[in-house]
Design a protein around this ligand. Structure first.
Ligand SMILES: *[C@@H]1O[C@H](CO)[C@@H](O)[C@H](O)[C@H]1NC(C)=O
Length: 209
């Protein structure tokens, strides 16, 4: 494993390896930039918070990266394979979840649902990052790998258009309530579409008791 990590990094820095799917506009993610792009200071790839115009997810964690092209998110870093090997050893960088082989059953997974099925998303200063996941479980795993993260807000929005099952997954340092789900969408997107929020769920990490 260690050998492969060294190999991955050597390859990366010698060739400027291209990571993720090439975006339709030809934009590519160069690995020499990945540490900066996915740094905490850059909100792990999503410097604009979800409630502001021009916000774009910073990453995808899930099993269906081919869906990203359909959503116009083809250039999004996919947290998988070689990219995970590289960013795992970059300091201050987003790390990929390493799910336990026997996940704990939901009632005791340490997460408490705070709200569900709202048409608003959380707007708060302790925003850490947002990306795309396949499900709530994937969003929880991301939070557990971004420290210090204690709250997830998972919802469908403009990034889930065209019938995509993908969720937008926003991570926060502190827990929040439905009263703070004040982002009701309405932001125009670069492609002219208008953002909306559906099925917004919030979960607070309260620890395993
Ligand atoms: C979620 O809320 C919408 C209205 O915003 C409602 O139509 C739908 O039935 C709700 N779904 C559930 C599972 O409660």
């Amino acid at each position: 494993m260690f050998f492969f990590k060294i190999l991955a990094v050597a390859l990366t820095f010698s060739n400027g390896l291209v990571l993720g799917n090439p975006a339709p506009n030809g934009q590519k993610l160069e690995s020499r930039d990945i540490g900066t792009q996915l740094s905490a200071a850059n909100h792990y790839g999503s410097p604009i918070p979800p409630w502001e115009a021009g916000a774009k997810p910073g990453w995808y964690y899930g099993k269906s990266p081919s869906l990203l092209d359909l959503l116009g998110l083809g250039g999004l870093p996919v947290l998988d394979g070689l990219l995970c090997l590289i960013i795992d050893i970059l300091p201050g960088c987003l790390h990929c979840p390493h799910p336990p082989s026997h996940p704990k059953p939901p009632p005791s997974d340490g997460w408490t649902q705070v709200f569900s099925n709202l048409t608003g998303a959380i707007e708060a200063d302790d925003f850490l990052t947002f990306g795309m996941t396949d499900d709530v479980e994937g969003c929880k795993q991301m939070c557990e790998n971004v420290g210090p993260c204690f709250f997830i807000n998972a919802y469908h929005d403009v990034n889930g258009k065209d019938g995509s099952p993908l969720l937008t997954c926003s991570l926060y340092a502190n827990c929040h309530t439905a009263a703070e789900a004040t982002n009701l969408g309405g932001q125009s997107q670069p492609d002219g579409s208008i953002d909306f929020i559906r099925q917004s769920d919030g979960f607070c990490f309260t620890g395993t008791g």
